[in-house]
Design a protein around this ligand. Sequence first.
Ligand code: KIV
Length: 271
Amino acid sequence: MSIHKEVKRVTTHTLQEMKQRGEKITMLTAYDYSMATILDDAGLDVLLVGDSASNVMAGHETTLPITLDQMIYHASSVVRAVKRSFVVVDLPFGSYQGNSREALNSAIRIMKESGAHGVKLEGGTEISESVRRIITAGIPVMGHLGLTPQSIYKFGTYTVRAKETEEAEKLIADALVLQESGCFAIVLEKIPAKLAKIVSEKISIPTIGIGAGADCDGQVLVVNDMIGLTKGFHPRFLRQYINLYEGIKDAAQNFIQDVKSKDFPNENEQY
Ligand code: KIV
């Protein structure tokens, strides 16, 4: 008999049960093996291989340039690290907007080549055919409404969405369509807390908020932002739990000093 306790993997079913019993869902982004190892060990329910990798890993201004191959590379690294968390991968810009066949092919590539557990797509009614087709192939889909960064050139800014009645009503309708299409959860990004509460109460699948208030069924942050790696990024919705930018800079400066002063390596640090 093994003395090691079996790790119970998080599934879409687990997340649904969490909503039903009012237990909040935790999700952070992850893009590489080392970080995913720590986050999985910490007990995150979901790891999102977000296309925010385009910003925080590659230094692009928007999420648009990242490719499907690059997302698969990040996702494979995360999947190799994970024992418990549910891994969701963003379909990048240009890999699903054409038609539902293209969307399905992209989702299949992600699942086959990375071993991830589900995909995320931005948009509502306009992508519902793609959502249905992907789910029909057995792939879990997470929706994403509100501020959808892949449409940044349509919006023009990263400010709060759906403050006006017309856009708020469309968002509620879109959430219902995504639920009917079979999504297992929906990310609500940067919308008024009151609207997020209405959506979270109206639909039976979990909502996961970022800048959408406390009444979502779960919360997500970009990990680089919440550990203070992203220099000078302090939006109101972000809680920074540690300042790794300063910590790493400090460590690097100490290393420089130790090498220059010939303090490193010492006798015990050589062969
Ligand atoms: O790409 C990403 O990191 C995301 C989160 C902000 C939800 O989509």
